[in-house]
Design a protein around this ligand. Structure first.
Ligand SMILES: NC(=O)c1ccc[n+]([C@@H]2O[C@H](COP(=O)([O-])OP(=O)(O)OC[C@H]3O[C@@H](n4cnc5c(N)ncnc54)[C@H](O)[C@@H]3O)[C@@H](O)[C@H]2O)c1
Ligand SMILES: O=c1ccn([C@@H]2O[C@H](COP(=O)(O)OP(=O)(O)O[C@H]3O[C@H](CO)[C@H](O)[C@H](O)[C@H]3O)[C@@H](O)[C@H]2O)c(=O)[nH]1
Length: 322
C-alpha cells in the first residue's frame, strides 16, 4: 500500500486518482486546506495530522506500507513571510515526525513535494537541478530544509527518496470531477478564470516593471496530471530499486508572462478580462522556468499538456463547480 499524505489537496488528489488504478492507496489529511470530496472513493481516507504520532502510528501498524508520498504543507509564499513559525512547524517539524515514524516501521521509500521556490532568484534562462538554491522566503527555506534532511537520512538511515521540485501547478483532471479548490485562492490561473466566470470584479497584475519582455513575471505552468504521472514514474523507480535518491524539476520548459496567461485565458474562454495593474507582490522572482531534461533522461517523463490545454481543463472544472 502507498500512503499519500496531503492526498485531499489539489495536487495530491490528482495523484491519488491516477495511483488507485495501480496500487492500494491510503490518504492521510487533516483537511486544513484540502477537501474530502477530492479524494477518490477507491482510496482509504483517514483524517489526521502528520505531526501527530497518535494519528500516524496506527496507520503504520495496520497497513503494509511500501512508500510514502508527502504532499502536505502550507504553501503560500506571502503568508510564510508573515507567519514563518507556522511554516517551520508544519512543513519542517511535522515532516520530521512523519520521517521518524517511517523509520520506526522500517518504511524506506519517500517522495517529497518540493518547489521552484527553493531556487530563489536564479540567473539562468532554464533552471537545472544543480543551480544554486537560495530561497528568498520561509516557504522555500522550509522545503529546502527537508531536502537537506532527506540527504542526511539517506546517508545515515538508508532512506530512499525522490524530491520533485514543481514549478507552477495548474489545470484540472480531464473528467472535471476534481480541480484546484483553494480558499483563499492566490494562484493566477484560477483567479483569472473566477473573474471570467463573474466571481471577481477584476484581476490585479502584480508589477509591470520586471526585466521581462512585457514587464510582467514569467512562470512555467505545468498540468497537474503531468505532475501526477511524474510521481508514478518516481514511485516505480524507487520500488524497483532503479533509484535510491534523486532530485528532479517538473516543468514545461516554457515561460509565459502574466499578461500572456491572461490573454490565453481570454482566448480559451472567449471572454474579456478587466485588468488592474498594481505594484509588485513581495517575494516574486521575475522569471522561473525549468529545465526538466534530467527526469526526461532518467525516467522518460516530459510534460504533455500545453498552456492552452491547462487553461481549458481548468475552465471546464471552474464552470462545473460554479
Ligand atoms: N500548487 C503549486 O503550484 C505548488 C508548486 C510547488 C510545490 N507545491 C507543493 O505541492 C504540495 C501540494 O500543494 P497543493 O497546491 O496541492 O496544496 P494544498 O493545500 O491543496 O494541499 C495540501 C494538503 O495537505 C493537507 N495538510 C496540510 N498540513 C497537514 C498536516 N499537518 N497533516 C495532514 N494534512 C495536512 C491539507 O489539508 C491539503 O489537503 C505542497 O507541499 C506544496 O508546497 C505546490
Ligand atoms: O492575482 C494575481 C495572482 C498572481 N499574479 C502573478 O502571477 C504569477 C504567478 O503567481 P502564482 O501565485 O500563481 O504562483 P507563484 O509563482 O507565486 O507560486 C507557485 O509556484 C511557486 C514555484 O514556482 C511555488 O511553488 C508556490 O508554492 C506556488 O504557489 C506571479 O508573478 C504573480 O505575481 C498576479 O499578477 N495576480
Amino acid at each position: 500500500m502507498i500512503l499519500v499524505v496531503g492526498g485531499a489537496g489539489y495536487i495530491g488528489s490528482h495523484l491519488v486518482k491516477e495511483l488507485v488504478e495501480k496500487e492500494q492507496v491510503i490518504v492521510l489529511d487533516n483537511l486544513s486546506t484540502g477537501h474530502r470530496y477530492l479524494v477518490d472513493d477507491r482510496a482509504v481516507f483517514i483524517q489526521g495530522d502528520l505531526g501527530n504520532r497518535a494519528d500516524l502510528e496506527p496507520i503504520f501498524e495496520k497497513y503494509p506500507i511500501k512508500a510514502v508520498m508527502h504532499f502536505a504543507a502550507n504553501s503560500l509564499v506571502g503568508e510564510s513571510v508573515v507567519h514563518p513559525l507556522k511554516y517551520y512547524q508544519n512543513n519542517v517539524a511535522a515532516t520530521l515526525t512523519l520521517l521518524e515514524t517511517m523509520l520506526k516501521y522500517n518504511v524506506k521509500n519517500f517522495i517529497f513535494s518540493s518547489t521552484a521556490a527553493t531556487y530563489g532568484i536564479p540567473n539562468v534562462e532554464l533552471i537545472t537541478e544543480d543551480c544554486p538554491t537560495n530561497p528568498i522566503n520561509p516557504y522555500g527555506r522550509s522545503k529546502l530544509m527537508i531536502e537537506h534532511i532527506l540527504a542526511d537520512f539517506a546517508s545515515a538511515y538508508g532512506l530512499n527518496y525522490v524530491v520533485l521540485r514543481y514549478f507552477n501547478a495548474a489545470g484540472a483532471h480531464e473528467s472535471a470531477e476534481i480541480g484546484e479548490d483553494h480558499n483563499p485562492e492566490t494562484h493566477l490561473i484560477p483567479i483569472v478564470l473566477q473573474h471570467l466566470l463573474g466571481q471577481r470584479d477584476k484581476i490585479s497584475v502584480f508589477g509591470t516593471d520586471y526585466g521581462t519582455p512585457d514587464g510582467t513575471c514569467i512562470r512555467d505552468y505545468i498540468h497537474v496530471t503531468d505532475l501526477a504521472k511524474a510521481h508514478i514514474l518516481a514511485l516505480e523507480a524507487l520500488l524497483s530499486d532503479k533509484k535510491k535518491t534523486a532530485i528532479y524539476n517538473l516543468g514545461n520548459g516554457l515561460g509565459y508572462s502574466v499578461k500572456e496567461v491572461i490573454e490565453t485565458c481570454e482566448k480559451v474562454t472567449g471572454r474579456k478580462a478587466v485588468i488592474e495593474y498594481t505594484d509588485r507582490r513581495p517575494g516574486d522572482p521575475a522569471r522561473l522556468v525549468a529545465s526538466s531534461q534530467k527526469i526526461y533522461e532518467e525516467l522518460g517523463w516530459k510534460a504533455e499538456y500545453s498552456l492552452e490545454d491547462i487553461i481549458a481543463s481548468a475552465w471546464k472544472w471552474h464552470q462545473r463547480k460554479g
